[in-house]
Design a protein around this ligand. Sequence first.
Ligand code: BGC
Length: 423
Amino acid sequence: MKLNKAYTLTTASVLAIAALATAAQAEPKTNMMHQWAQGSEAAAIAKLGEMFEAAGGTWEQTAISGHTSNTLAKLRSDIVAGNAPAAVQLKGPEIAEWNSTGTTANLDEVAAAEGWDDVVAPELTSVMKPTGSWVAAPMNIHRVNWLYSSTKILNELGLDVPKTWDDFNAACDKIVAAGHTCIAHGAADWSDATTFDSVVYGMDIDLYRKAFQEADVDAMRSQGMIDAFAQLRKMVGYMDDGINGRSWEQSMTMTMTGEAAFFLMGDWTVASANLAGFKEGEDYLCNQTPVNWGGNGFILNADSVVFFQQSDPDYIEGQKLLASTIMSPEFQVTFNVAKGSIPSRTDVDLSKGGFTQCQQQGLADLKASVSEGTLVRSMAHNMTVLQKFRGAMMEVITEFVADDSITPEEAANQLADAVELQS
Ligand code: BGC
């Protein structure tokens, strides 16, 4: 008995020492897959690499050009090929979907050690903890429903920033009559959907919730959705003829330089505008996109990182180090200042560290929207329905923008049909 006990203790100690030795020998490494291939987005993610290396890690990245759909397609094919990435930028319901396959790593240990539950914005936790365990490290909160206005054009025509969609149309009529382009836009499925997010939300928040959060096909076929497509059709008329092949950064520049009056886009625009030297208040104003129901609105998008199980101890150590780096207050300031977003931690003071007025306004509006019960997540940015539904919806929206022979009634029905086909 005595011998057995001693033997058991010794075995346990040896195992513990061996485990420690493995962890000690492991050299934290990562290869993060993400969609931020150029411009201010690449500059922002480079900061993560720098901080990870400063903390002793070896950083590699795989940047997938295009938008989220391309990253998601690459993720799927890598996993099918048995080559799961160590870390990937993954959002919204896709996090729960991949978590349910049993291939993701559990972050509870690092989350508990660092008290994530106490500091992460409550709007994000259910997305990051789909079944109660942390599976994603949230990097930020982006606001989708921003309207950037050209101060030059507003001043020239003595116009105020429009607050409702009727105001918006009236302003555009004046702007077009004065010989300017009203809306700067670049044709891409996700930017068409970004605009439509704001239109549906601003016209009818209940419709937004039913159609875009719950994928309710009756809501998609409703008169409200037909009216929203009619508004979108009007807005296509306020764009110039050069939208095909134009990037969102190029569209942004049109508004910043006064070539176009308005640009509807998320707050990654703030980062890009800052990087290009444009100035808030001087070149442009930022306000929420129009709402017909008064009050403050916030369409939320959040970038986060999910880790897939690895067998190489270096990559396992790298996952812990990367998760911890992402959640550090220092990273939350540096990255979000560079990304245009607001931190995912609630304990960061935005009046310090270089956050712009637009970013500070974003946080104030987030709080107001939460208390007014108007907060929604973004369909266009993968925060509500699975990619298969989002992809089907974006195809209909983008076709509608490209082809003016499609009527609003047809588009509303096509939206519902497309989603039904995927169900
Ligand atoms: C991502 C942002 C990105 C934006 C434009 C969004 O879906 O969440 O990180 O800046 O797309 O590319």
